[in-house]
Design a binder for this molecule. Structure first.
Ligand SMILES: C=C(O[C@@H]1C=C(C(=O)O)C=C[C@H]1O)C(=O)O
Length: 248
């Protein structure tokens, strides 16, 4: 490629380990990096405004072509902490669920769990801006990312979507992966893969440069988020995508 590869990443704390190694890495000479919330970068990859993005895996069916270009992802093998259904009442009393406009994968995962695992009869409501103050009474809300870590201090009932997916399927879950919408030169993808892995092997250094009071980031980066895109995670991802073909 003559021009620089356009790369978009998620602007949440969970992505810091995946971006840590890009600083001063030679791959930066070959690419330019932008950041936004997941639903936005998903649209950018679909529209061809970027070449690679850490996109919600739920949008894979919307891409004409897709290549998973790295061995790291935003995944979980148990509770993820930052993708939860928040409520003032227990699950079986919930009547309405506000969906997070910043998300694509978690909205689809919530619908799978509601229908196939929890078997609830609820109304889903799309959102476009702040909605967390509507999480009251029998109105619950799906919240993802840093805002979800903050919401943990507010809502008495917290249903972790990754934890429930693991209970449901006995497989880990992948929220987002580094995906390109076209084939890219191996010289680029090799360097890219190396750079994005560096922070995942240096979590204490990543934590040290991101002071955060609301949730312990060492725990978040080692016990909640699971970065390696393992064969079991790929299996979990395929199972999840199978549900999307069926019904959404
Ligand atoms: C674990 C998370 O995974 C995220 C959830 C996504 C989604 O729901 O579409 C997309 C990217 C990830 O950043 C989180 O943001 O809390």
């Amino acid at each position: 490629m003559e021009r620089k590869v356009k790369v978009a990443a998620v602007s949440y704390l969970n992505t810091k380990p995946l971006l840590y190694g890009f600083r001063n890495h030679p791959v930066m000479n070959l690419m330019e990096l932008s950041m936004d919330y997941p639903a936005k970068i998903a649209q950018q990859l679909i529209d061809g405004e970027v070449d690679v993005a850490l996109v919600p895996v739920a949008i894979i069916p919307k891409l004409k072509a897709y290549h998973i270009i790295a061995d790291y992802c935003i995944g979980a093998e148990g509770p993820v902490a930052s993708v939860c259904l928040y409520s003032e009442v227990p699950l079986n009393e919930i009547k309405r669920i506000y969906l997070d406009y910043q998300s694509r994968t978690s909205v689809a995962l919530l619908k799978v769990l509601v229908r196939e695992f929890w078997k609830l009869d609820v109304e889903f409501v799309n959102t476009h801006g702040d909605y967390q103050d509507k999480i009251k009474g029998t109105n619950a809300g799906l919240v993802i990312g840093d805002r979800a870590l903050a919401q943990r201090k507010i809502s008495p009932y917290i249903y972790d979507l990754a934890e429930n997916w693991v209970r449901f399927t006995s497989l880990p879950f992948v929220f987002a992966a580094w995906i390109s919408n076209k084939a890219l030169p191996v010289e680029f993808t090799e360097k890219f893969n190396e750079a994005t892995g560096i922070g995942t092997k240096n979590i204490p250094a990543v934590v040290a440069e991101n002071p955060y009071e609301i949730y312990d980031l060492a725990t978040y980066y080692t016990h909640n988020i699971s970065y390696p895109l393992t064969p079991a995670k790929r299996q979990g991802m395929q199972k999840f995508l199978g549900y999307l073909v069926e019904s959404f």
